[in-house]
Design a protein around this ligand. Structure first.
Ligand SMILES: [Zn+2]
Length: 308
């Protein structure tokens, strides 16, 4: 039993390394709602709890659905090391990319930028169909994938610093740091804007993330040298397991060296999610949103009755 629990714990620890920590994904979906104009705000707000809770479904699917994990990243450096060359090639349509490099290669390098556009189309179709469940699922997933696009380490083969002796940096950057400094961030979005060219907007995000990879890795190295390997980690007890975490002082120094990068990437994730939700609705023809179901109405009445 203990063995099983230990293995389970390890599995969970590995899951935690795979994208913005679970909390950050939830903040993105929950906060994006505040950026929606009145036509959408009320409806989304009513489903606030659902959208927040399901912000991490896409990560959970990685373990059960073939082809899911590639949707969360793109290893741009496997295409080319030079950012100017990359900028000359992309944006490229899915079809053109597959023709050029072969579908298998494109797939195995990670397909996040194309996947985000497909997720956007799914949301648009769900709005057209005026299907509440589909709208919610598509919106929650889109927010998740948008969050991943904003993480620099989701755009490189060296996604966990494994090639540069910095293993663990992935979970540090997108999990431990935002959790430690969240209360200092100003994340509220402005009112959502229509994005006429979603493909370019998505690729702009990917390039901005990729441009930050160098700083993410370099500052970690510099701060490690300054603080010293010995002071870099601390141990916290979690149940029966001693969990190695980066020491708070190290996090403080690294977070400071990044000069607000985390807050900016998180805020941009939230804004982009709100903009895409709104744009998908506009492109669907600004349809009326589905009325609450009979069950939902009944539940509301009961709540009003018991609390009123
Ligand atoms: Zn993810």
């Amino acid at each position: 039993m203990r063995r099983l629990r230990h293995n389970l714990y390890l599995a969970l620890a590995v899951v935690g390394l795979s994208s913005w920590g679970f909390p950050a994904h939830k903040w993105v979906n929950a906060t994006a709602i505040h950026g929606l104009p009145p036509e959408l705000h009320g409806w989304f707000k009513r489903h606030h709890a659902w959208l927040t809770e399901h912000a991490v479904d896409a990560d959970r699917r990685k373990h059960t659905m073939e082809g899911e994990s590639e949707r969360h990243y793109i290893d741009l450096d496997r295409y080319h090391a030079d950012p100017d060359t990359l900028a000359a090639w992309f944006p490229m349509t899915w079809g053109a990319a597959c023709e050029r490099w072969g579908e298998e290669t494109v797939q195995s390098n990670g397909i996040a930028p194309w996947n985000a556009q497909w997720a956007y189309r799914r949301l648009q179709e769900a709005f057209v169909a005026q299907d509440a469940e589909r709208i919610l699922r598509a919106a929650a997933d889109l927010g998740h994938y948008v969050g991943d696009l904003h993480v620099p380490l989701h755009t490189t083969e060296n996604y966990d610093g494994q090639f540069t002796g910095q293993k663990g940096i992935h979970g540090l950057w997108e999990g431990q740091l935002p959790e430690q400094f969240r209360s200092t961030y100003l994340l509220a979005p402005r009112t959502a804007r229509y994005l006429p060219d979603v493909a370019s907007a998505v690729w702009d995000v990917v390039f901005a993330s990729h441009a930050a990879v160098d700083s993410v890795l370099r500052f970690e190295r510099e701060v490690t040298e300054r603080v010293g390997e010995a002071a870099k980690f601390g141990y916290v007890e979690r149940g029966r397991v001693l969990d190695r975490r980066y020491a708070p002082a190290f996090c403080e120094a690294y977070h400071g060296a990044l000069e607000g990068m985390l807050e900016r990437r998180l805020r941009a994730s939230i804004q982009f999610t709100a903009d895409l939700w709104y744009s998908a609705w506009l492109e669907a023809g600004a349809p009326e949103l589905p009325a609450p179901s009979e069950a939902e109405r009944w539940w509301k009445r009961l709540l009003n009755w018991t609390t009123g």
